[in-house]
Design a protein around this ligand. Sequence first.
Ligand code: COA
Ligand code: MG
Length: 293
Amino acid sequence: MRSLLFIPADAPKKLEKGLTSGADALIVDLEDSIAPDRKKEARESAASFLQEATAKADRPRILVRVNGIETGLTDADLDAVVPGKPDAIMLPKAVGGPSVIHLDAKLTAREAIVGLPDGAITIVALATETAAAMFVAGSYAGSSARLTGLTWGAEDLSAELGAEANRDKDGNFLDPYRLARTLCLAGAAAADVQAIDTVYVDFRNMDGLRRECEEARRDGFTGKLAIHPGQVPVINEVFTPTPAAIAKARAVVAAFAAAPGVGVVGIDGVMFDRPHFARAQALLARAKAAGLG
Ligand code: COA
Ligand code: MG
């Protein structure tokens, strides 16, 4: 998933628009974009959208962001949305692997009730939204086979830290958030799941968005959260492997295929070893997912 577009669950017009936005995934939000006294309406709206949208043949993946386990609202959220068969649940304010295990158990029971196969609904966790979560970013590894991605957020973390800002005057994340970003990236790599970069809230600033996408891709993220449909084309473009990158990856895979049992090869005077081979294979898989070869 290159682009994952957040949509408040109580906004049917935006939900409808999301379907044709070009986003690889929609995140129907029951959490922070919904006022506390609107949670019930939001659940109902999410449920009816899921019933209609998940039946469509050609559609983006559909995630639902539930309220965090600490709120006591998660069970009612899941009761409302699991019958609509979302592809995944996004878990905010996760505090390491135990939070994912907790959600896994809640999903297992509900999948059985609605007749879905065990494990059908996957999990993407917001890995570093709380201070405590920063210290256990390595514990997502091995928590659940449902876990397919980790992402991170700067807004809740800065509120919890008591910070006045999370970006400097040039728009660059400050140290605590750069650490959260890195812990998310390392936590995702350790868990062998997708690392997804956080939202870029200045949604009319396409140059800033592009720069942040390019920095994320450079560092190992393979997708980014969006909050506005206008951000989707930029995110998709930056996270789609370029023809040059695909050609290079094919050359690496071909060189290893031509030398079975060998751990290291040379191409055009540059050394490639097993990690390069794994990276090339991952890039080709992403190219394929984007419809390129
Ligand atoms: N998903 C789908 N459609 C969206 C959208 C979204 N996230 N954000 C805006 N749109 C639609 C608008 O409804 C509008 O549609 P229209 O042209 O048919 O009227 C169009 O895109 C242009 O919207 P625009 O006027 O530029 O923005 P806005 O002022 O209506 O909305 C936000 C700004 C931030 C409120 C809105 O983008 C939004 O709700 N984003 C998601 C917020 C969220 O979920 N946050 C939680 C995670 S941090
Ligand atoms: Mg939040």
